[in-house]
Design a protein around this ligand. Structure first.
Ligand code: HEC
Length: 121
């Protein structure tokens, strides 16, 4: 009996622990699919040593989520004009004048954004 209770508590603890870790995290596989259809035309990306795209119209986004704030990425993906304005420091230092085109607005759901961010870590 006691052993069963301990096992149950351990399972619950693990489940709660894991769901806390993954809360709000996107789905990597779905993110790769969305990236391929909406971003790969312009951006290169490598995910877990696998080349997803090698386009160069825009910056390479491999690992970008570890060097840019989350909020910036979320805004930039759907409203780059706002991203350029709200995060002027990043834009002027890292992007301005470096590319022959400007990132267009892209329609993405919140889930799409979470999933794409999972690919950018
Ligand atoms: C038609 C080309 C094009 C497409 C499609 C495109 N982008 Fe971009 N993106 C750019 C360009 C060019 C820049 C850099 C200059 C600028 O801001 O206009 C950029 C910049 C970015 C940045 C800022 C990078 C940094 O170093 O701060 C992020 C993040 C980004 N794009 C994400 C995405 C995501 C995610 C998608 C798909 C949902 C996407 N882009 C689709 C062209 C594109």
């Amino acid at each position: 009996m006691m052993k069963k209770i301990i096992a149950l508590i351990a399972t619950l603890g693990l489940t709660i622990g894991l769901s806390t870790v993954f809360a709000g995290e996107g789905d990597l596989a779905k993110g790769v699919t969305t990236f391929k259809s909406k971003c790969a035309y312009c951006h290169s990306l490598i995910v877990q040593d696998k080349k997803i795209s090698s386009a160069t119209s825009g910056p390479d986004l491999t690992g970008i989520a570890s060097v840019r704030p989350n909020e910036y990425l979320r805004i930039y993906m759907v409203n780059p004009d706002k991203g350029r304005k709200d995060f002027k420091d990043i834009y002027e230092k890292e992007l301005k004048g470096k590319y022959n085109m400007k990132m267009p607005r892209i329609a993405l759901s919140d889930a799409d954004i979470d999933n794409i961010i999972a690919t950018l870590k």
